[in-house]
Design a protein around this ligand. Structure first.
Ligand SMILES: Nc1ncnc2c1ncn2[C@@H]1O[C@H](COP(=O)(O)OP(=O)(O)OP(=O)(O)O)[C@@H](O)[C@H]1O
Ligand SMILES: [Mg+2]
Length: 166
């Protein structure tokens, strides 16, 4: 995993509302493909689940996407690709990640969206996208996007054009 990132691998943007964060997720959801892994970071209530709901809309998932905090993993099969929404808040460490079957989700033919993703570092595929959501005020968030690997370099490039026109 590289530590210094190029400009191309990063994107920061501001969201002024829940709806806007959901739209940012939606646009990303239209660009991902089987095997894509999106890592969501940010403190409680920053908007990780809201963003994940947007990704689900972009995948045309018809069911309502709710926080998987208690179940750890929720699968949605109604979209154009399966969505695995994972929340590791309650998981302690890498050791306790074994046995959850995470590898199978990560290597499966779906899209993984993982909240509290830093706990899963050891299991990551060679390309992924991290979205770190920072709380600025009650309604304002900064979303920091960072890609790793070829696949998400391309997706982030496309996303930048689609969402911001540059
Ligand atoms: N710009 C914004 N973007 C996203 N959510 C916002 C924004 N402004 C306010 N909110 C509110 O912040 C909350 C975000 O909740 P959400 O469940 O998505 O957070 P989370 O990061 O998933 O938290 P947790 O760590 O508990 O899973 C919601 O209540 C939402 O209405
Ligand atoms: Mg959440």
């Amino acid at each position: 995993m590289s530590t210094s990132k190029s400009v191309e691998q990063k994107l920061d943007c501001i969201s002024h509302s829940e709806a806007q964060t959901q739209r940012l997720g939606l646009r990303l959801g239209t660009l991902v493909s089987p095997g894509s892994v999106i890592l969501l970071e940010g403190t409680m209530g920053s908007g990780k689940t809201v963003f994940a709901q947007g990704v689900a809309l972009g995948l045309e998932v018809r069911e309502q996407v709710t926080s998987p905090s208690y179940t750890l993993i929720k699968e949605y099969q109604s979209g154009r690709i399966p969505l695995y929404h994972i929340d590791l808040y309650r998981v302690g460490s890498n050791e306790s990640l074994w046995g959850l079957g995470l590898e199978e989700y990560l290597e499966g033919g779906g899209v993984c969206v993982i909240e509290w993703a830093r706990k899963v570092r050891d299991f990551l595929p060679e390309s992924w996208l991290m979205v770190n959501i920072e709380i600025m005020t009650d309604t304002k968030r900064t979303l920091h996007f960072e890609s790793e690997g070829e696949r998400f370099l391309k997706i982030l490039h496309e996303y930048r054009r689609l969402a911001f026109g540059f």
